[in-house]
Design a protein around this ligand. Structure first.
Ligand code: AP5
Length: 294
């Protein structure tokens, strides 16, 4: 039987082998850019929206964003993370609508594999039913292949629910995929169970609903809504445990580019915070490319 063990594949030796592979994305001119030009007003110039919070967890230094200084505008590369039902998928719908990024959700890729009836899908479902992580040997290649496709490279990407462990982050970095920003949705645990059990999905449009917080617009849509097999109170608690066991390790890898967003407000207000952070990132890029051109 397949073990749901994220570290089963990427031992130290195999990770260094991956790191040695040529990078898929060439970053011609990388620079560290201080996002806070006015130390008298820490972070306000960057993140003026309610609830947006820059994290610098292991040190008191101002977090830095990685900004590209190349002549051609590079597409955005965004990671979004958070506990089960923290609102990742909901926010991804809004982000892609505005920014045109390619949304790549690890959970959706796995569910597609299950629906296809493949051996990987069968193994993935065993782990997902236990609320555990699917082994890296399945997830990493799946995500890497999707990120490598021309649309992701041209339009930029929005990676949802990956990485969920340090080994997944290291593997992706080894393939040359690094985010510009890491968004962490912060929602108190007590809220998450209600969100999960009330979630419904429209199989026709892929849209996410909630019977209380985001009800379907019409009776016709309501009649066709489905529920995920792992959306029970019992299973979300297992998923939450898995999340809590791994989140710190992942955050420590991206701490310099992490923003923590208050996810316990309306979805529109959550998006306003994310939008503000992305706009600031784009403005910094513009300023950097302007100063390089001058
Ligand atoms: P995945 O499908 O990614 O599930 P998850 O991480 O548990 O997250 P969810 O999809 O449940 O929630 P969400 O944050 O997207 O919330 P949503 O927007 O839908 O992964 C499933 C499983 O696959 C994992 O348990 C694991 O086994 C496996 N897996 C996935 N990735 C893996 C990886 N990298 N490695 C190994 N295994 C992996 O919102 C939830 C509900 O809340 C909705 O009803 C919504 O309408 C409502 N809502 C959203 N925002 C708000 C708001 N602001 N106010 C009120 N309600 C809201």
């Amino acid at each position: 039987m397949a073990a749901c063990n994220v570290n089963s594949v990427y031992s130290a030796a195999s990770v260094s082998a991956i790191v040695a592979q040529p990078k898929l994305q060439s970053r011609t001119s990388l620079s560290r850019y201080n996002p806070n030009p006015n130390p008298k007003f820490p972070n306000i110039l960057l993140f003026s929206s309610r609830g947006v919070d820059l994290i610098s967890r292991r040190s008191s230094r101002t977090p830095n964003f990685l900004v590209l200084g190349s002549s051609k505008a590079e597409p955005l590369r965004v990671m979004i993370s958070g506990a089960p039902a923290s609102g990742k998928g909901t926010q991804c719908e809004l982000i892609t609508q505005k920014y045109g990024l390619v949304h790549i959700a690890a959970g959706d890729l796995l569910r597609a594999e299950i629906a296809a009836g493949s051996e990987n899908g069968r193994r993935a479902k065993e782990c997902m039913e236990k609320g555990q992580l699917v082994p890296d040997e399945i997830v990493v290649m799946m995500v890497k292949e999707r990120l490598s496709k021309p649309d992701s490279q041209e339009k930029g990407w929005l990676l949802d629910g990956y990485p969920r462990s340090s080994s997944q982050a290291i593997a992706l970095k080894g393939y040359g995929f690094e985010p510009d920003i890491f968004i962490l949705l912060d929602v108190p645990e007590g809220i998450l169970v209600e969100r999960v059990v009330g979630r419904r999905l429209d199989p026709v449009t892929g849209k996410i609903y909630h019977i209380k917080y985001s009800p379907p617009e019409t009776e016709e849509i309501a009649s066709r809504l489905t529920q995920r097999f792992d959306d029970t109170e019992e299973k979300v608690k297992l998923r939450l445990n898995t999340h809590n066991e791994n989140v710190e390790a992942v955050l420590s890898i991206y701490e310099d580019i992490t923003i923590k967003i208050n996810g316990n407000v309306s979805k529109e207000d959550v998006f306003a915070q994310i939008d503000s952070a992305l706009q600031n990132l784009l403005q910094q890029r513009k300023a950097t490319s302007g100063s390089h051109a001058a």
